[in-house]
Ligand binder design. Structure first.
Ligand code: IMP
Length: 183
């Protein structure tokens, strides 16, 4: 079975291919407009909908799109879906101007799936942890600022641990299990 992944990020496609080993995952680089929403589920669903409407896909097409972010509890989930613009416009370290080290936070990922014969659905993954002063050079984005629960190294210090225990990994496993059950 073939699944298109609507994303500009080939690393995400590779990750999905590793998990969805029974499928062929192909990148589809189509521009989408991200709706203003605090919900990554809503954003991921909107992305698949836009791609289905824009692209000349066959009726039998399976398609996924994702969204993710870092949600700080005491900031009502900010930056959440705004994680990328907050980092590029203000700088991720400035999160520590808003909260003290030790603030509870979680990474969340949502992957929306369009199927040819049913309603679009969304799969999610979450990793709880806390915000700390940046440590480590590995990973990307907010990884150095995030200490996952049960580990004494940030994701920036221990990217291998992160790869196997990430929010995105969990959402992909949910998706894989659904596909195996239904198709
Ligand atoms: P995207 O929606 O997956 O492209 O992620 C949006 C933004 O959230 C990224 O640009 C990062 O700033 C942040 N983010 C999402 N996932 C991660 C992660 O695993 N590590 C660090 N930052 C992340």
């Amino acid at each position: 079975m073939k699944i298109y992944f609507a994303t500009g990020n080939s690393g995400k496609v590779e990750h999905a291919q590793n998990i969805l080993s029974e499928c062929e995952v192909e990148q589809l680089d189509v521009e989408t407009v991200e709706p203003q929403s605090g919900s990554i589920e809503e954003i991921a669903l909107s992305k698949v909908k836009q791609v289905v409407e824009k692209s000349d896909l066959e009726d039998s097409t399976f398609l996924i799109a994702d969204d993710s972010g870092l949600f700080v509890d005491s900031l009502n989930g900010f930056p959440g879906p705004l994680s990328s613009p907050f980092d590029s416009m203000v700088g991720k370290e400035r999160l520590l101007d808003l909260v003290d080290p030790g603030a509870d936070a979680k990474f969340r990922a949502a992957i929306a799936l369009h199927v040819p014969d049913g309603e679009d659905r969304v799969f999610t993954g979450k990793v709880e942890g806390e915000i700390v002063e940046p440590r480590g050079e590995g990973g990307f984005g907010y990884d150095p600022l995030f200490l996952p629960e049960g580990n004494d190294k940030t994701w920036g210090e221990d990217p291998e641990f992160k790869d196997e225990n990430s929010h995105r990994e969990e959402a992909l496993i949910q998706l894989k299990e659904f596909i195996e059950r239904k198709y």
